[in-house]
Design a protein around this ligand. Structure first.
Ligand SMILES: CC(C)(COP(=O)(O)OP(=O)(O)OC[C@H]1O[C@@H](n2cnc3c(N)ncnc32)[C@H](O)[C@@H]1OP(=O)(O)O)[C@@H](O)C(=O)NCCC(=O)NCCS
Length: 250
């Protein structure tokens, strides 16, 4: 990796365009442990429901960073309890960060910081928007430090949110409020937030129990396979399929 002081390229920030398709695909493949479908990249470069920015080296025109986002209705989001109560009744919106990444040689130059600033500016300029939010896997220290530095609030920890290559990982949910979106935390809202927290806890417990059941079933299938040479390929396919369906920031 190049030293911060030794290398200071001019970086240009702009929207991602159709001709960025290959570069955006390659950078995602290089940076993330999960694979994204072609449809995702086509939506990114054609701005179909996804709004994205690129960081480009001004000299070489190489795409060296990206951030992809989409707009979500606040009342349909998982963070509606973290917003002012009117959000659950109106058409208020949120900007959700799907993916963010910077090419390794261009790290520690403030590029991710600038890309996320673009997103915050974009959200602030939409009068209906109340927050920018995202998920990040619990061990991604550079990204966690980045969001903390940018004054995102750590809203909650979601247990076993990610399922990658056969393992479950927790995620942190970070929120950056814009246009006065933050809940004033009235007693009623605190109770609602507590209820949502309990619900999340039950959901994760249920997932854990289901996982245990799946493990038992897998063990049973393996025994059965040994005994009767049956294959359990269909079940494996289902587990792999779950990996591919992910499209959130890790
Ligand atoms: C996380 C990532 C996007 C950061 O990109 P970057 O352009 O190097 O980050 P910046 O230079 O803008 O850093 C801004 C701040 O983030 C934090 N940060 C960035 N990299 C860090 C690291 N390796 N360790 C600790 N903090 C780090 C620091 O607070 C830094 O501020 P500082 O330079 O004043 O200390 C980059 O490491 C990356 O692409 N990682 C792989 C993909 C990924 O994890 N994406 C995030 C998914 S949510």
């Amino acid at each position: 990796m190049l030293e911060k002081a030794a290398y200071s390229p001019t970086i240009v920030y702009r929207r991602i365009l159709p001709h960025d398709l290959k570069a955006v695909e390659q950078l995602h493949a290089a940076l993330f442990p999960i694979r994204y479908e072609l449809e995702f990249f086509l939506n990114v470069v054609n701005s179909h429901g996804i709004i994205s920015w690129a960081a480009v080296d001004g000299e070489t025109q190489e795409l060296v960073g990206f951030v992809t986002t989409r707009i979500i209705l606040a009342k349909e989001s998982e963070i509606v309890d973290l917003l002012k109560s009117e959000s659950s009744r109106t058409e208020q919106t949120l900007v959700y960060i799907l993916t963010l990444g910077v090419s390794e040689q261009y790290r520690n130059l403030g590029i991710a910081f600038s890309l996320v600033q673009e997103v915050i500016k974009y959200g602030s300029d939409i009068s209906s928007c109340r927050a920018v939010y995202l998920h990040v896997i619990d061990y991604n220290e550079p990204a966690i430090q980045l969001y903390k530095k940018m004054s995102f609030k750590l809203a909650r920890r979601l247990q076993m949110f990610y399922y990658i290559r056969g393992y479950h990982y927790d995620s942190f949910l970070f929120v950056y409020y814009v246009n006065g979106g933050q809940s004033p935390c009235s007693p009623l809202e605190l109770i609602t937030s507590f209820a949502v927290h309990l619900k999340n806890l039950f959901t994760s417990l249920r997932a854990k129990l289901q996982r245990n059941d799946t493990k038992k079933l897998e063990r049973w299938l393996k025994c059965k396979e040994r005994d009767s040479s049956l294959t359990n390929s269909q079940q494996n396919k289902r587990i792999l399929g779950a990996e591919n369906s992910l499209s959130q920031c890790v």
